[in-house]
Design a protein around this ligand. Structure first.
Ligand SMILES: Cc1ncc(COP(=O)(O)O)c(C=O)c1O
Length: 517
């Protein structure tokens, strides 16, 4: 069933995959040559890209298959996405309005700018994002501060003192390591010894002793043969999926996996099917039906161990043994679990030798930035030899590598910090439940308080902000429609009284609320 109305005609020359077709179509719309010189036949976009948010190709369920063929003459038949057709025939766009001056149409704008403006205009106010910091003024706090004692020229009065920062219930600095003295000192020493940047990729001359030391330390900590560093978790996930899947593969992914893994699936050209969140039985159903339909097709299974927006933890042992039974590789994103969950903070995949690749980032509990993939020596070598995302990028900045190594040392030296944090998480979950809120799933430091409606989640965020607390409303498309929530993140070092403050600001939950039936 074709879900997005894109059908182009001509003789068949080959398959280019969903991603290729999307890019081709995007380019063709803006070609300065008559389109009938390129005759396209048989592009049919079926079913799901699994929620991939490509503006040109957005489908919602089933398989994603794209076929595209090109022949030299004849005519084009198109039924593109309505917005894309606007751009194609360069008719003036419908006037857009909104709270933002980016939505004001400018005279004689080129079509691509009209397209961006129209897409922005489609965003409802409750879906618009803004840059946030821990300052009450949000993005305004990113502006340079006025010099001390400066006066407000309009009022002629001294500037009011800046409001005190909001209390952080939003960052992923679970163990407070972003400001740990040992971590800062290690990063500073490396900064002076090696400079700020690695200045080249790992395979040119970007490898420093600290990279190798960190890779070996992580491998020993996690009980894996090989670790490779990446500049970010997003990039690591892209590399991991592309290492284990290609356009012949089918990827089976938990419905709530992170966008970076979905981007990896798209980059690999693989087909995508989702299984119900944390549901090994649904995964098994998909594995069996796919094996029956295509016994030879390569498969890959993706999950996280601690879900970033849900706070739930995955039934990893069950998923791993299922994958082992079907002889299918399992890739586990441990971004939020490492440092906090599992024995000594080693994550939930620690005891699962069946896991083919563990993905970790230093951007969460490690308190800095950068990431890694861990696997056996075969997988490690395959990544090194084949991964463009690893090879064609400047190596992780040496001070970040040194900071991560010191953070690992702190995590190993003080396992109590993570267990005390988890105890606190249990107390917060109990208290929220007692206050009438649905118990946030999971056991880790991410507490997801479901409100359902976008506006209700934003209102809760504002009530907390008025009380001096920063916790963000998470709305679709980051989470499924109708599941907007407040994402509370706990960390070590929260001042006493924070929970009480939160409960007052949040008010009673639906179970105890007088308004609820
Ligand atoms: C589950 C998950 N995986 C990967 C990433 C990407 O990690 P990084 O911030 O290092 O790019 C994130 C960050 O948002 C994440 O939440």
């Amino acid at each position: 069933m074709a879900e997005e109305g894109i059908h182009l005609g001509a003789a068949h020359l080959g398959r280019i995959g969903l991603h290729g077709a999307a890019r081709l179509l995007t380019c063709l719309q803006f070609l300065p040559v008559p389109l009938d010189q390129a005759w396209l036949l048989g592009v049919a976009l079926h079913g799901s890209a699994g929620g991939l948010q490509d503006p040109c190709v957005r489908a919602t369920k089933g398989q994603a298959v794209a076929r595209c063929s090109i022949r030299s003459h004849a005519s084009i038949q198109t039924a593109p996405h309505p917005r894309r057709r606007d751009a194609l025939i360069s008719s003036p766009p419908a006037p857009v309005s909104g709270p933002d001056d980016t939505l004001e149409p400018a005279a004689s704008e080129p079509p691509w700018r009209q397209q961006l403006r129209a897409s922005l205009g489609d965003l409802p106010a409750v879906r618009r994002r803004r840059l946030r910091s821990l300052a009450p003024a949000g993005a305004a706090a990113l502006q340079p501060a006025a010099p001390e004692g400066a006066t407000d020229a309009r009022a002629g009065a001294a500037s009011p003192p800046p409001p005190s920062p909001l209390l952080d219930l939003a960052s992923n600095d679970y163990l407070g390591l972003s400001r740990d003295p040992a971590v800062l000192a290690a990063a500073a020493a490396e900064l002076h010894a090696s400079g700020l940047g690695a200045t080249a990729s790992r395979l040119i001359c970007g490898t420093r002793p600290v990279h190798l030391e960190l890779e070996q330390a992580l491998a020993a900590w996690l009980g894996r043969e090989r670790v490779l560093l990446f500049p970010s978790g997003f990039q690591a996930n892209l590399a991991a999926v592309c290492a284990l899947a290609d356009r012949h593969s089918l990827v089976l992914a938990d419905r709530l996996i992170h966008h970076s893994l979905l981007a990896g699936v798209r980059a690999s050209g693989a087909r995508l099917k989702r299984f119900a969140h944390n549901d090994p039985a649904d995964l098994e159903r998909l594995l069996l039906s796919e094996r029956r339909a295509r016994p030879e097709a390569p498969l890959l299974v993706l999950c996280e161990s601690l879900y970033s927006m849900e706070g739930s933890t995955s039934p990893l042992a069950a998923l791993a043994s299922l994958c082992a039974r079907h002889r299918v590789p399992l890739l586990v994103d441990e971004a939020h679990a490492l440092g906090v969950l599992g024995p000594g903070g080693r994550g939930l995949a620690h005891d699962c030798s069946q896991v083919a690749i563990v993905s970790g980032t230093f951007g969460k509990a490690f308190g800095s930035g950068g990431a890694f993939l861990a696997g056996d020596s075969l997988v490690g070598d395959w990544l090194l030899q084949s991964s463009g995302a690893f090879r064609y990028t400047t190596a992780l900045a040496p001070p970040l590598a040194a900071g991560a190594l010191a953070a690992l040392g702190r995590i190993q030296a003080d396992p109590q910090a993570a267990s005390a944090l988890l105890e606190r998480c249990g107390r917060w979950r109990d208290a929220l439940e007692a206050a009438g809120w649905p118990r946030p799933p999971g056991e880790g430091p991410i507490l997801s308080v479901r409100l359902g409606d976008d506006a209700a989640a934003l209102a809760a965020q504002e009530r907390l902000e008025a009380a001096g607390l920063l916790a963000l409303a998470i709305r679709p498309p980051t989470v499924p429609e109708g599941t907007a929530r407040l994402r509370l993140v706990l960390r070590t070092g929260l001042p006493s009284g924070t929970l009480e403050k939160l409960l007052v600001a949040l008010g009673p939950g639906p179970r105890l609320s007088p308004a609820s039936p």
